[in-house]
Ligand binder design. Structure first.
Ligand code: AMO
Length: 397
């Protein structure tokens, strides 16, 4: 007999069935016991005559009769069950997986991620992340973007040297990529439109709910644009598709405000409190455009007034989830921009060469997957939506 999933039980009412999964929980009453079996799809209730002498998370196979029952979650439960143990735990799990929401502290859950991630509500967040990435990919493929894979061991710090991880590369200095920035731009010269999803690395010195030392970046870059507004239109298509994919509300329109109009005093960037204030005033999703040129990365294209750049952030429920801009596309502008920031053009020579040989006006953006999912799930710490988070103190599991 073929295994069915717990979610298929109702369709098999009245039949003999086989389920395989984990012993999620057990409730003993005076004359019967209820065993909840969990598989990749959901949970099902099994009725047994007496309690099982098995630990939670025992891997089991259940053969029995699928019987409609009003009390059973899902409307069908398994009776006359025969149980077979497929794998026995060596100890009870250090976390309780059957509560509607986990009760253990975040550090305890992260220390035992191998098993705490099995919690159905927690697992669902990662299924959401998978759906969001698929929607991002689908949207950009529809727009004829080509998916690329750029190196993660690199010779130049793309987003400034402050938070770059150094690695010993056969005795030479190398870095872990802080973003695919330089590569995606060079690939505009090959494909016009590219995207990449992959891990990026930042040696973030601060311990916050929004920063990881390794996060998953959804990047895109496109050529032949007028300015950053063309990039924002692509961002909007992606984010709409991603919100739809995770079942979150999609606003009718996304307001665009100018940085100079919403900043606090003369601050050169938005603080977390500003991001919350702006969303409270303008909506769940808000584009902020026109950040000070001097405060953005060297590759950012200035606007008509060169003090302000053709750049933008997208805020979602009070948190920056996307950053993007039009880029410089002339060789001489790059050399000047690097010099103006006191950066040595040397390490960027290969990248700069791309601009010697003709790169069209272009721009792009990056979206932090963990931040997006954290906001969808309504959790205040990105570690809640990272399988095995990496930060200043955490390198295991
Ligand atoms: P930026 O550095 O703003 O831009 O990063 C883009 C987006 O990545 C997410 N993010 C992070 N998420 C978790 N932990 C971190 N430490 C972290 N740092 C950033 C945020 C942020 O909006 N190359 C440019 C993008 C571009 O212009 O194309 C860049 O990396 O969601």
């Amino acid at each position: 007999m073929e295994r069915i999933l717990t979610t298929q039980l109702a369709a098999h009412a009245g039949e003999q069935v086989v389920l395989r999964g984990w012993l999620h929980r057990q409730r003993r009453l005076s004359r019967v016991a209820f065993v909840v079996l969990r598989d990749r799809a959901g949970t099902a209730q099994i009725v047994v005559d007496e309690g099982l002498d098995l630990l939670p998370e025992t891997v089991i196979e259940v053969r029995g009769q699928a019987v409609p029952s009003e009390q059973a979650p899902g409307g069908v439960e398994v009776h006359e069950a025969q149980l077979r143990v497929l794998a026995q735990p060596t100890a009870p799990p250090p976390v309780e997986l059957h509560r509607p929401e986990p009760r253990e502290s975040l550090p305890v859950r992260l220390d035992h991620a191998q098993v705490s991630l099995r919690h159905p509500a927690v697992r669902e967040r990662f299924k959401q992340a998978a759906r969001a990435v698929a929607a991002f990919r689908r949207t950009l493929e529809e727009l004829e973007f080509t998916e690329i894979q750029s190196p993660k061991i690199v010779g130049a710090a793309t987003e400034g040297g402050a938070n770059v991880f150094r690695v010993d590369y056969f005795g030479r200095d190398a870095f872990l990529a802080q973003s695919p920035q330089l590569y995606k731009q060079m690939m505009v010269g090959v494909f016009e439109r590219v995207f990449e999803t992959g891990p990026v690395f930042r040696a973030e010195p601060h311990e916050t709910g929004r920063h990881l030392a390794e996060y998953y970046s959804l990047d895109a870059e496109l050529g032949f644009i007028e300015d950053h507004r063309d990039v924002m239109r692509v961002v909007e298509r992606c984010v709409r598709a991603m919100l739809t994919a995770v079942g979150a509300p999609v606003p009718e329109q996304i307001p665009v405000v100018r940085f100079a109009d919403v900043r606090t005093g003369s601050e050169p960037d938005l603080a977390p409190a500003d991001e919350r204030r702006i969303c409270a005033e303008f909506g769940e999703l808000v584009f902020v455009e026109g950040f000070p040129t001097a405060k953005r990365a060297f590759y950012t294209h200035p606007g008509p007034d060169p003090e302000w750049s053709n750049s933008f952030d997208l805020l979602y429920r009070g948190l920056e989830i996307v950053s993007g801009s039009q880029r410089l596309h002339r060789y001489d502008d790059y050399v000047a921009a690097l010099r103006a920031r006191g950066l040595d053009p040397g390490p960027f020579a290969d990248y700069l060469d791309a601009f010697r040989w003709g790169i069209p006006p272009h721009g792009g953006f990056a979206l932090g997957l963990e931040r997006f999912i954290a906001q969808v799930a309504g959790v205040s710490n990105v570690r809640e939506v990272t399988l095995f988070p990496r930060d200043r103190t955490r390198l295991r599991p």
